[in-house]
Design a protein. Structure first.
Length: 72
């Protein structure tokens, strides 16, 4: 465990029990969401590579046009 995390847990231990539980639940939820994002990106690498290849082919064959943000 890092020193910063130890310090955070030390401060958290001074909170009321319900606040500690709320903080713990928030932290667990954040870790779970992060794991889901990592899994999603890992699983989507092949698809992203295919989409990138397709975009490059369209660009090289002149099927794309320059984006003009002021016209959006």
């Amino acid at each position: 465990m890092t020193l910063l995390l130890e310090k955070a847990f030390g401060k958290a231990s001074e909170l009321e029990a319900t606040e500690q539980d709320d903080l713990a639940q928030w932290l667990l939820d954040e870790i779970q969401h992060e794991e889901r994002w990592k899994h999603s990106f890992r699983e989507s690498q092949d698809i992203l590579a295919l989409l990138a290849d397709e975009a490059l082919l369209e660009f090289r064959s002149g099927k794309t046009k320059e984006l003009e943000p002021e016209k959006l």
